[in-house]
Design a protein around this ligand. Sequence first.
Ligand SMILES: [Zn+2]
Length: 439
Amino acid sequence: MNPITVAIRGKGLRKAVARGTIRGKGLRKAVARGIMLFQRYGLTNRKMDAALQLFAKIMQPFGGAATFPIVSKALQRNPAVIQKYQAQGIEFAMHGLHHFDHALLSYEEQQPQLTAGQQIFQQCNITLNGFRGPYLHYNEATLRVLNEIGLHYDSSPSLFWDVVPTDTADYQHVRQFYGARSASVYPSLPYIKGNLVRLPYSLPDDEALIERLTLSPAQMNGMWVNILLKSYQLGELFVIGLHPERIALCQAPLEAALNEARQLDPPVWVARLHEIAAWWQARHKTAVQITPLSNESWQISLNGPEGLTVLGRGVTVDVPTRPWFGQYQEIQATQFTVISTTRPFIGVAPTTAPALVDFLRQQGYLIETSSQANDYPYYFNQTTFTAEQQRPLLALLEEASNAPLIRLSRWPNRVRSAVSVTGDIDALTVWDYIIRAIS
Ligand SMILES: [Zn+2]
């Protein structure tokens, strides 16, 4: 994923140089990286196997809940190693057939490549549910192909969190290269697009910690804890990026974040990307039935996936509750009667932008279409809704408010936020790099 490796993709170094794809660092650094790659991977997959072994051991208390997107060609050359870690619970996803920049490829180029990449997973008996583009790059054609070949998620979009003590030109450069957006502006949440769930990747990742930023050991060790706490406060998703070959260098920051996650209550869900995508789709399909009993009471019936967590605030219900997070109580039933001074749902005008309604539903809010604005604690009547309006909307609905509301929690089993530990596998041996450079 390092931008320098862009130079060595697909069509060879000379062509890459001619196309100006060695971004800012020049040939000398590309050569230095080549030497470093020999040291990192070696001629056999022994080094990567050891790295994966350490990674799997760290994730063992979490049932091996990690996801490694791997280049299909690298999988094809090393199936036994990958099968071994799949048996330990690790999930693998596709990181391209080759380590190509998908943003530069047409539909006609990507369709056969990703189909062939998927077939390699089948031939190697590795379960495949999702994709992450090399360099976190993709285009509309990528998403179209992923939908067509039946994958369930894409984890290529990226967000950067405001946790870095001192920004650097290198880190700015890489954020720009990835097309990363600020998590202060855009929520770090799954979102459904077609049949795919998009799962944003969080920066800084391992590469930024080690190569792009200037951090003291204490700052580095606390970086992912800080993101974890921010995402927890917001009830959002933190997708950690840690290339397995750097596990020894980033073991302390990873373990610090996981230890913190383990101590929080309500808990944090440490999950594989495919579990998060499947949950988001299943919870979104929850059937909601609201039956009025009087002007101030309603019968609520929710039919959703196992683990569905129902939240309420500013209301009275006829079933047991227990404190959850902020003003919310967890309502410990999916069928209950609620008493409230206003309808404890979100009202939208019939002409409200579908994008706004869809966003609210994906968050788990219960929506009613109505022209009676005064019946609701929140009522929206706007014909446009942009991604930049998502975070202010969530702040309005969630921050320091006790306005009556019943909603589905975003996450299962009363968890507050989700963490997914992921790491791209570009190669298992240096030969994977060499073949990639000349293919
Ligand atoms: Zn990569």
